[in-house]
Design a protein. Structure first.
Length: 383
């Protein structure tokens, strides 16, 4: 599901909502989006959580449905068990290493956990980010899975006055993407879902954790947590993994990822020189820098994210991998060298070019127009 566009299976009417989650009363005059933001900012995460996650989606006219059991504990520990493409799969993160077991293939892959991510810790931040970036058209208080929740609707068709100003962003829930597939989730900066018209989320009132989300659009999507328990008292051995006797074990290298809040420190630590654009028409502020490298190869990627006062950050990437890739887009010139301009989604576009053994890329909201992207690229002096 990583990198895919998601949306909802069907729009639930009020009768169905009453059946599944308890009859809903609209309290938008009493519960504001600012109230929810304050609750998300102050929410204390639970020490543990267990649940079953159910996903139903339509992607390019293909119906996708699966479920898995999940256990979380503070400190980044987690366990997932489910059926993927007919095979039982287990993924265990003990805080130091991540184990992925495919029972059908009798294979185990293991890699170091360098992400420092914790769904329990990050859940309220995800909720906060969504509430900050989009305007809710309806907020109600109801029940879901026996818990008090806030049902929040983001309806693009009801609020959109400018196509690029208020496009609905699919919620990002910590448990989605790459889990049970053996893949590493590559979070695409600035990328939104095309054709999304209405998003509904059900937020746990105590922990501000998104327990259910549905999205309508070109690719309908629904995810829900069932049998939810917060603070379930999970045994330590739940986060241990014993390698099956006949399994083949493969050590997978984890790329070294480092992130910096200080521009000076980032420039000093970067493994390659970092060219930066000159902003003449944009009010840009350094947000953060990062680099990704691998010990077994010389592959390096560095990037800077700038806050330019738009829904998405402006991101500048530099790669030392110039392998030819098939890119559909418009041929352009960046200070005399060939480049490509492409629309990533209805809200995001980018330009790419290669110079002096490096591949460069600028990714931004469409509020920063095509000509400005080219000027920014040329100001970097890469050619």
């Amino acid at each position: 599901m990583s990198g895919s566009r998601h949306a909802v299976v069907a729009l639930l009417c009020l009768t169905v909502v009453c059946t599944l989650g308890g009859c809903t009363s609209i309290l938008s005059d009493d519960i504001t989006q600012e109230d929810l933001l304050e609750k998300a900012e102050s929410a204390e995460p639970p020490e543990g959580m267990s649940a079953t996650v159910e996903v139903n989606a339509s992607l390019d006219d293909e119906q996708i449905g699966y479920s898995y059991d999940v256990w979380y504990r503070q400190g980044g520990m987690s366990r997932f068990e489910g059926i993927n493409r007919g095979s039982r799969t287990v993924q265990v993160d003990d805080g130091d290493k991540i184990w992925f077991y495919n029972a059908d293939e009798e294979t185990v892959s293991v890699r170091e956990d360098q992400t420092d991510t914790s769904p329990l810790r990050d859940a309220a931040n995800v909720t906060e980010e969504l509430l900050q970036s989009k305007n809710a058209t309806e907020i109600t208080k109801t029940e879901y899975e026996g818990r008090e929740v806030y049902h929040v609707v983001f309806d693009e068709s009801a609020t959109q006055t400018d196509k690029d100003q208020n496009s609905v962003l699919t919620p990002l829930v910590p448990s989605v993407g790459g889990i049970l597939t053996g893949e590493q989730t590559d979070k695409a900066e600035n990328e939104t879902a095309d054709g999304v018209g209405r998003v509904e989320i059900w937020i746990d009132a105590e922990y501000m954790y998104i327990l259910r989300q549905t999205v309508e659009g070109e690719d309908p999507f629904e995810q829900r947590y069932t049998d939810v328990e917060f603070e379930p008292g999970i045994d330590d051995d739940r986060f241990e993994f014993d390698i099956p006797e006949n399994a083949t074990v493969e050590e997978v290298e984890t790329p070294d990822y480092r992130e910096f809040d200080s521009l000076g420190e980032f420039l000093a630590q970067s493994p390659v020189e970092v060219e930066r654009p000159t902003f003449e028409t944009l009010d840009a502020e350094f947000d953060r820098g990062f680099f990704v490298s691998e010990n077994t190869s010389e592959s390096v990627r560095v990037g800077i994210l700038y806050d330019v006062g738009q829904p998405s950050s402006l991101t500048v990437n530099k790669y030392n991998d110039t392998t030819e890739t098939t890119v559909e887009g418009e041929s352009i010139q960046v200070d005399g060298v060939d480049g490509v301009y492409e629309e990533v989604s209805q809200n995001v576009h980018r330009i790419s070019w290669t110079a002096n053994g490096f591949r460069y890329q600028i990714l931004a909201s469409v509020e920063t127009d095509r000509e400005t992207l080219i000027r920014l690229a040329e100001s970097m002096g890469t050619t």
